[in-house]
Design a protein around this ligand. Structure first.
Ligand SMILES: Cc1cc2nc3c(=O)[nH]c(=O)nc-3n(C[C@H](O)[C@H](O)[C@H](O)COP(=O)(O)OP(=O)(O)OC[C@H]3O[C@@H](n4cnc5c(N)ncnc54)[C@H](O)[C@@H]3O)c2cc1C
Length: 416
């Protein structure tokens, strides 16, 4: 994926007479910028991690960008909300995603510097699994091939290094040394702030779904038409509601839960400098150490029941709580009596095979849909933004795994 400076981009587009210029509104997109009216090169609906990075990348490519969100960047109903998200390169044999993470990591670091906030915490990521686990074995092969640093840890290595952990005899580990955790809500808000600093406009508003067929001229935002040459709908779990005919069966939002347990007073064994971010393949759980005093996070990586991001209840479910509490007491006995200091219900937006959806709307050639983060999308924000930018500006090829055509209507998880 290439990054283009504004001058180089404009030159390239102009010289190639790119297809972007082959429609009436494109001349407006390439004309000198004027402050007049509600007209943009690109309108992006949804300021979650996908939309905010798309806005930042398009702005950096010299476009005039409007980013809109109905409730605000990384709001509490969005999939990008909450305290933290894991960033790790391990994806079993799915090398494509390992590469994307490796490409995204420096961009997250750059944003950390630009925002003057600690958005990326280099805690490392510890994978735990059975010593013969296929995902661990394939991850080691892929990371070696890409020269991404990691260590293999035997059961006794783990016992020595992390006395906080209790593992069954057949378990072993893999430690990704340059991975870690992203401060999710703050990181999305920082990406939006950065996009604004670089010239993008942000508004809070509700965008109505496009109607009819053919080229879209404007989108209605809070009942006011806003014109643009291209439109991106990065609406996370709302996508199937906005485009029911197209996505009702292809993206299924499901309830996800995260629990934060408060370590005992004065006990730093679970703080980020003592324990890494972790993924437990045996128990299908994941979490972060106690970061910024929020508590030790335990997330359940199972697809819960179908979930409506606006209407469904986000209160604690007794069965999930019991599962998280029992798992924590078993794996981290030092937290056996730790109080629950925070609990969050978020939703995964599962594409049928968990590869993202990044494709043109079949009925509107200038409307793009970006979503299906499927519980693993956050870390890829920068790579998704660059890919989206390249697609809109005709600088990059389509990625078949993101096409509508590659998505079935039955949930079959293939990406972990
Ligand atoms: C519990 C949990 C844990 C996760 N853990 C990880 C992890 O460790 N690592 C990782 O990489 N990923 C993880 N993920 C996945 C990741 O968080 C998501 O894939 C990602 O945040 C999706 O971002 P998004 O921008 O597509 O959607 P969202 O963040 O939901 O953003 C969509 C936005 O669109 C707006 N919107 C919708 N409709 C409209 C409209 N009509 N008008 C205006 N605005 C609109 C919404 O208000 C919302 O802000 C996790 C997800 C969950 C739920």
């Amino acid at each position: 994926m290439r990054k283009l400076g504004r001058r180089k981009f404009v030159k390239t587009i102009a010289a190639a007479g790119a297809a972007f210029a082959a429609h009436p509104s494109a001349s407006a997109a390439l004309a000198p910028r004027t402050p007049a009216g509600d007209s943009f090169d690109v309108v992006i609906v949804g300021a979650g991690v996908f939309g905010s990075w798309s806005a930042l990348c398009l702005q950096r490519a010299g476009r005039k960008v409007l980013l809109v969100d109905q409730y605000g960047p990384a709001n509490s109903r969005a999939s990008s909300s909450g305290e933290t998200r894991i960033i790790r390169s391990g994806y079993g044999s799915k090398e494509f995603y390992s590469r994307w993470v490796w490409q995204s990591l420096p961009e997250w670091r750059r944003l950390t510097v630009e925002a003057c906030q600690s958005l990326f915490h280099p805690t490392g990521v510890l994978w735990l699994g059975k010593s013969n686990d296929e995902t661990l074995a394939q991850t080691a092969v892929t990371l070696s091939r890409l020269s991404i640093p990691f260590e293999r840890l035997s059961h006794s290595d783990l016992a020595e290094r992390y006395p906080q952990l209790v593992l069954t005899d057949e378990m072993a580990g893999l430690f990704e040394t340059s991975a870690g955790a992203l401060m999710a809500r703050r990181a999305v808000q920082a990406a939006v702030t950065q996009a604004k600093k670089e010239g993008a406009e942000y508004r809070t508003g509700f965008a109505a779904p496009p109607t009819g067929r053919g080229r879209l001229v404007s989108v209605s935002i809070n009942n006011q038409p806003v014109r643009a040459a291209a439109f991106v709908f990065a609406c996370g779990p709302w996508l199937p509601r906005i485009f029911p005919g197209l996505l009702r069966e292809k993206i299924v939002p499901s309830r996800g839960e995260e629990f934060y347990f408060g370590p005992p007073a004065g006990d730093s064994r679970f703080a980020e400098f003592s324990f890494p971010t972790w993924i437990d393949l045996v128990s299908e759980t994941f979490g972060t150490p106690d970061m910024e005093g929020r508590g030790f996070k335990v997330g359940i990586d199972l697809h819960g029941p179908a979930f409506d991001p606006d209407r469904d209840s986000r209160t604690l479910r007794e069965d999930s709580y019991r599962f998280a509490r029992e798992f924590t007491a078993r794996r981290f006995p030092g937290l056996k009596d730790a109080p629950l200091v925070e609990h969050r219900v978020c939703q995964y937006e599962n594409a049928s095979n968990e590869d993202f959806i990044i494709d043109r709307h079949p009925d509107h050639e200038n409307v793009w849909l970006v979503g299906g983060g499927s519980g693993h999308g956050f870390k890829h924000g920068p790579a998704i933004g660059e890919h989206m930018c390249a697609r809109i500006l005709k600088q990059g090829d389509a990625e078949p795994r993101f096409a509508f055509a590659s998505k079935g209507e039955v949930q079959q998880r293939t990406v972990y």
